[in-house]
Design a binder for this molecule. Structure first.
Ligand code: HEC
Ligand code: HEC
Ligand code: HEC
Ligand code: HEC
Ligand code: HEC
Ligand code: HEC
Ligand code: HEC
Ligand code: HEC
Ligand code: HEC
Ligand code: HEC
Length: 310
């Protein structure tokens, strides 16, 4: 209703008449619409009315738009960039009908698929994986995360800033980042989008990859990347998440087990003899009270020792 009043007020101003009709909560009187229609620039072509015409009635959207990245681009290229009709489609018929909602593309009433197709008509190049992403498939459209007219963040036009935006839906993930040990996303040191691309990737779980196509983790933790002369197979085969939780954990180092030894023994049970002190072995009974990584320190791989001692 407020928006409707703004439109009415704008129209009333435009025809230089007292804004009598704006006080009434009813459609604009016919004569005002006729004036508005006549005022449309004569240069209109191909069903396009031009942004100046839209501004006559939609002052709120138009005034703010000059600071929008879409508008900045519009100012380049001889003013032929993205203007109102680049997104809402040709608006001449809408103008001639005095603002008939049915004669203009509205992102508020379009289906998610229609919204995505509109935005992707220009952004397909950088977001080619969106259509088959978990978000697109679940009907989470561009306009759910982005606001073209009332963004909370100037950069990227987000409706709500990260990570709050993501937490509105992923409440279980919020819980993981509240664990005692966690990547500092809530503290603003990094963002969900450092590891995920909400627009889809070629990986599972919308995961980004490092520049060399390995797991995203090695982009920041380069020392775990290798290649090592003596690789610890699970690091490359099962991946980092076979031993670490990516978001947060009750355990130091984001480990999936509360005790390093029980983590190792998930895979190494057969070769360990901690419980049979009589058996000749480099691992004796006493060892079980030490963390395996006290000796096997280079757990992600080593260039010096096949047992990852150094
Ligand atoms: C003559 C005044 C007028 C002009 C000029 C005009 N509109 Fe509108 N527009 C309206 C009115 C009135 C509505 C209906 C508002 C309502 O019912 O909430 C409307 C609705 C819309 C909507 C739909 C909003 C919704 O709630 O779904 C969009 C989008 C829109 N206009 C875009 C444009 C664009 C783009 C232009 C320029 C090409 C334009 N309008 C020019 C008067 C105008
Ligand atoms: C980048 C694409 C894009 C451009 C360019 C654009 N719009 Fe919109 N418009 C949208 C989207 C998306 C929405 C839905 C609300 C939102 O995301 O802010 C919308 C909503 C609207 C509405 C409905 C208002 C509401 O929120 O109820 C009007 C009216 C409108 N736009 C007019 C305009 C006018 C006038 C211009 C030019 C100054 C313009 N738009 C430029 C994408 C665009
Ligand atoms: C689930 C939320 C979400 C959805 C859905 C979404 N985005 Fe984004 N978008 C973001 C976030 C968060 C950023 C900033 C971080 C980044 O770049 O990934 C962003 C950044 C962008 C950027 C600027 C940076 C870049 O990568 O080019 C563009 C352009 C963009 N989105 C367009 C789109 C389009 C077009 C769609 C629909 C096809 C869309 N977005 C759907 C959340 C979303
Ligand atoms: C007519 C082409 C066109 C359409 C349609 C379009 N965009 Fe854009 N968009 C651009 C251009 C060009 C830029 C500015 C250059 C850039 O940053 O890539 C831009 C910039 C953006 C940015 C800001 C990028 C940044 O880094 O801050 C976002 C976010 C974005 N668009 C999202 C959308 C969404 C969401 C839609 C659909 C509602 C949409 N765009 C529709 C062409 C378009
Ligand atoms: C409007 C709700 C909504 C918002 C906002 C949202 N998501 Fe989603 N997200 C979903 C839905 C629905 C799915 C698909 C169903 C599912 O797997 O939970 C999904 C799927 C995902 C997946 C893939 C899960 C899988 O199992 O494959 C990831 C990762 C993800 N979202 C991350 C993000 C990030 C990061 C953000 C913020 C930039 C975000 N989401 C914002 C609703 C949302
Ligand atoms: C340090 C990198 C990293 C960050 C930061 C990160 N994620 Fe993830 N996320 C992952 C990895 C890796 C997986 C896959 C886990 C797996 O396959 O077991 C994942 C899985 C997910 C899933 C799938 C369901 C699940 O829990 O396994 C969702 C949804 C998700 N992340 C959302 C988010 C959101 C929302 C944020 C920000 C609040 C975020 N992620 C931040 C790395 C990250
Ligand atoms: C964008 C950079 C970035 C990415 C990507 C990233 N991390 Fe981290 N990680 C950090 C930073 C910074 C810290 C230490 C700061 C903090 O959170 O206290 C950290 C801390 C850790 C720690 C705890 C170290 C300690 O001393 O307690 C582990 C384990 C870890 N990350 C594993 C991973 C895994 C596994 C992945 C991939 C799922 C990953 N990281 C992706 C930046 C990153
Ligand atoms: C076989 C299990 C395992 C795998 C797989 C694994 N880690 Fe670790 N990681 C550990 C253990 C155990 C520690 C703790 C070492 C300690 O306490 O001294 C650790 C420690 C870390 C630390 C803390 C700093 C350090 O180097 O001690 C980071 C960061 C880390 N891992 C990142 C990664 C990344 C990134 C990957 C994937 C490339 C990965 N880890 C794969 C077991 C593993
Ligand atoms: C996900 C399974 C898995 C986990 C968890 C795991 N490892 Fe391994 N580890 C392997 C595999 C597979 C090999 C290669 C075995 C082989 O070559 O015979 C290996 C090799 C080793 C070797 C070298 C063996 C040799 O003969 O060269 C050592 C030492 C080792 N791991 C220590 C550890 C320690 C300490 C931990 C706990 C921090 C651990 N591993 C956790 C799977 C795992
Ligand atoms: C006190 C130091 C120490 C501790 C603690 C320790 N190890 Fe070892 N580990 C060794 C030595 C020494 C070797 C043999 C190296 C050799 O043969 O030259 C070895 C060898 C291994 C091997 C290779 C066995 C084989 O058959 O090739 C594995 C696997 C292994 N350790 C896993 C573990 C695990 C898992 C833990 C924790 C439960 C652990 N170690 C704790 C010192 C230690």
């Amino acid at each position: 209703m407020r928006r409707y009043l703004q439109v009415l007020a704008a129209m009333a101003l435009f025809v230089c008449s007292a804004a009598v009709s704006a006080a009434q909560h009813s459609p604009p009187p016919k004569d005002e619409l006729v004036v508005a229609k006549q005022a449309a620039p004569a240069s209109s072509t191909n069903g396009f009315a031009g942004a100046e015409t839209c501004a006559l009635c939609h002052t709120a959207e138009s005034n703010k738009f000059s600071s929008n990245p879409h508008a900045k681009l519009a100012l380049m290229h001889g003013g032929k960039g993205v203007t109102c009709e680049g997104c809402h489609g040709p608006g001449q018929a809408h103008v001639e009908a005095g603002g008939d909602k049915a004669k203009i593309f509205s992102f508020l009433t379009a289906t998610p698929r229609q919204v995505d197709a509109r935005c992707l008509s220009c952004h397909l190049g950088t977001h080619a994986n969106f259509d088959r992403s978990a978000h697109a498939l679940a009907g989470v459209s561009c306009a759910v995360c982005h606001s073209s007219h009332n963004p909370q963040t100037e950069l990227h036009l987000l409706k709500v800033e990260e990570p709050k935006l993501c937490y509105t839906c992923h409440t279980d993930v919020k819980a993981s980042f509240s664990q005692p040990f966690h990547h500092k996303v809530n503290e603003g040191v990094m963002a969900c989008s450092d590891c995920h691309n909400p627009h889809g990737t070629l990986q599972d779980k919308l995961l980004n990859t490092a520049a060399d196509q390995t797991a995203i983790c090695t982009k920041c933790h380069a020392d775990t990347l290798g290649p090592f002369v003596y690789e610890h197979p699970p690091v490359k085969v099962e991946g980092c998440t076979s031993c670490h939780f990516p978001h947060g954990s009750q355990n130091p180092r984001l480990l999936t087990r509360n005790n390093v030894n029980s983590l190792c023994l998930q895979c190494h049970t057969a070769s360990m003899n901690f419980t049979t002190p009589g058996t000749p072995s480099f691992h004796n009974q006493a060892n079980q009270y030490q963390a395996c990584t006290t000796c096997h320190t280079q757990i992600h791989g080593s260039n010096a020792n096949s047992y990852y001692f150094k």
